[in-house]
Ligand binder design. Structure first.
Ligand code: MN
Length: 321
């Protein structure tokens, strides 16, 4: 049985007609065969430590993304001509069963990677990253991968009494040997939100840490280059795992744990586009957008813009060839 049977079709997202507009919605095909990039939603937030709502993100981000224009005036890239995009729908999650949900997610992601698809995953809470990253690795036959994690937090918490939470995914990946510390880059960490004990875990594993303050003192291009050097050495590719709480609440208030001093929208958008245009980029996941905590839609709009920059980066990659 194919793991794709665990996918449900996406919500229909009607776009108002203007004959001059070509939107992302117009590029979508349902069939993954022949696609370059595939969207997968995971409407699941059972393991969030704090405030919930991320299960509503895949539908909300899709609606915003589908309305964006296929032509990007900043890069000159017209995705119509270069990017074949499939939307595989949402993973059929089981809200009361974390292990079964993670199993399905891993199976779907691994199968999509085997198909040679680059992935754009819409979460969902960050606890899911254990399952997605495990799936990416499985899809590559267990070859080592690198991960660039945008996050205000380490997410290296111990599993107290075995409980899986949105604070534990990277601890599990490191301890189970599915990810090597030196191949994990954490960008956007914030002071006052991470315990010394977990900072030490990161240090001991050799995780490369770039606090938000260092991003502010530098520029997106240099930070992206540093991160790429760590995740492309001795790996079969790298994955981008982005927790929306990496942004300052001015840009992304609708998250479980807002962290003042975080990245700006510009910094995030520039880095994502740069990373997505690298040939070793296997995909990106956007986690922890919580529409119920986002009444003005600012966080959803930024998440959609990040998804868009990922597609533009993937487009640039194919354009240059
Ligand atoms: Mn996180």
């Amino acid at each position: 049985m194919s793991p794709f049977t665990w996918l449900r079709p996406p919500d229909q997202s009607p776009v108002p007609p203007d004959p001059h507009d070509v939107r992302i919605a117009d590029l979508i095909q349902a069939d993954p065969a022949g696609a370059h990039v595939a969207l997968v939603g995971i409407p699941f937030d059972t393991t969030v430590i704090g405030r919930r709502g991320a299960r509503e993100a895949p539908a909300a981000i899709r609606r915003a993304l589908y309305r964006m224009t296929a032509f990007d005036l900043e890069s000159g890239v017209d995705l119509v001509r270069i990017l074949r995009l499939a939307d595989l729908g949402d993973v059929a999650v089981v809200h009361t069963d974390v292990h079964e949900t993670h199993r399905r997610v891993t199976a779907v992601i691994a199968e999509a990677v085997r198909w040679g698809l680059r992935l754009l995953v819409l979460g969902g809470d960050h606890g899911l990253s254990y399952a997605t990253i495990r799936g990416v690795r499985e899809g590559l036959g267990g070859k080592p991968i690198g991960v660039i994690q945008f996050d205000a937090h380490h997410d290296l918490r111990a599993l107290l009494e075995g409980e899986i939470t949105s604070g534990t995914p990277f601890r599990r990946l490191l301890e189970e040997g599915l990810l090597q510390g030196p191949r994990l880059v954490q960008i956007g960490l914030i002071g006052g939100r991470n315990s010394r004990a977990y900072h030490e875990v990161a240090r001991q594993h050799g995780v490369h840490m770039i606090p938000a303050a260092r991003v502010h003192a530098s520029d997106p291009e240099s930070i992206a280059q540093t991160a790429l050097a760590h995740v492309t050495t001795g790996t079969a590719g790298f994955w981008i795992s982005l927790d929306m709480d990496v942004f300052d609440p001015a840009y992304a208030p609708g998250v479980s744990a807002p962290s003042p001093g975080g990245l700006t929208a510009f910094q995030g958008l520039a880095m994502v586009r740069r990373l997505a245009a690298h040939p070793a980029c296997l995909g990106m996941e956007l986690m922890e957008t919580a529409p119920p905590l986002d009444p003005e839609g600012r966080t959803v709009a930024l998440a959609a813009a990040l998804a868009y920059r990922f597609l533009v980066g993937q487009g640039e990659l194919r354009w240059q060839r």
